[in-house]
Design a protein around this ligand. Structure first.
Ligand SMILES: [Ca+2]
Ligand SMILES: [Ca+2]
Ligand SMILES: [Ca+2]
Length: 275
């Protein structure tokens, strides 16, 4: 009897170990404490920018058939400090963060867009060029579309907007049509990169691209510091690096990847995470 039970237990254990990740689902993890871009970035001084708010922790992509449910985690509870009668947010339940999720669908060297969206100040490596980007923002899709029209007209058909965005606890969840973002590519076959920046609705700011706050040399009430006042420093605080397993080595990998050279006007070169 004991032998039989051991054998059953062993068989079950092997079956669990051998079970592949659920087809169509993608799970990515990012280490905590690397919400400093290339290692030097500082949060704005206003109390609204709560510690951990720009620290990416994980991304879960769930295949729901015609739709994808993409859940992004940060290391602070999501808040809506700027919701007001004067500047009402569209009810997404957050106002600080802004996420751009880039996918490489063909994995072919030199194929796809090399530059990230305007305002991000980042390029993609030759073997990581992107075909589509999903923008998850507290701004209404109408606002984002109008900004794209002004700043990134040539990229408009490559930018995908979610059908629904919600915030709960430390997570923001976006629903998007699978075919719009991935075409016929399965989620686990795509390359993934996510840039976490800060939502900036002020339209008089010329360098904020598609509604993302910029990083300066010195931090201020609503400006990140530790970067440069030119257009070589990446305007996001956190991203995926290495294999996106969340190990401490990925902090160093991110710092190396996001290095910029303001004098030589050299922007960082990003990689994609492949499963
Ligand atoms: Ca992080
Ligand atoms: Ca590509
Ligand atoms: Ca990171």
């Amino acid at each position: 009897m004991r032998t039989l039970r051991t054998s059953i237990t062993l068989t079950l254990a092997l079956a669990v170990a051998a079970a592949p990740a659920l087809a169509g689902n993608v799970s990515l993890t990012d280490p905590k404490g690397d919400d400093n871009g290339p290692g030097s970035y500082l949060y704005p001084t206003d109390a609204a920018y709560k510690k951990g708010s720009f620290d990416l922790t994980d991304v879960e992509v769930k295949d729901k058939g015609a739709e994808l449910e993409i859940t992004i985690g940060v290391n602070a509870s999501i808040e809506d400090p700027w919701e007001s009668a004067k500047w009402p947010t569209p009810g997404n339940g957050f106002s600080l963060q802004m996420f751009q999720i880039y996918v490489d669908l063909d994995g072919k060297a030199g194929s796809g867009e090399q530059q990230a969206l305007p305002g991000m100040n980042a390029t993609f490596a030759d073997d990581a060029r992107w075909e589509k980007v999903l923008v998850v923002s507290p701004q209404a899709n109408k606002e984002i579309s109008s900004r794209l029209e002004q700043k990134a007209k040539g990229l408009k058909d490559k930018v995908v907007l979610p059908s629904k965005v919600t915030a709960k606890g430390k997570k923001v969840t976006a629903l998007v049509k699978k075919a719009d973002l991935l075409g016929a590519t399965a989620p686990e076959k795509a390359g993934w990169q996510i840039l976490l920046s800060s939502n900036e609705g002020y339209d008089k700011e010329p360098n904020n691209g598609v509604l993302a706050r910029i990083v300066n040399e010195f931090e201020g009430q609503h400006r990140f510091g530790g970067g440069d006042d030119g257009d070589s420093d990446p305007n996001f605080l956190d991203c995926l690096a290495g294999k996106a397993k969340g190990g401490d080595d990925e902090k160093a990998a991110q710092a190396a990847m996001l290095k910029f050279d303001a004098k030589a006007k050299k922007r960082p070169v990003l990689s994609m995470v492949r499963l």
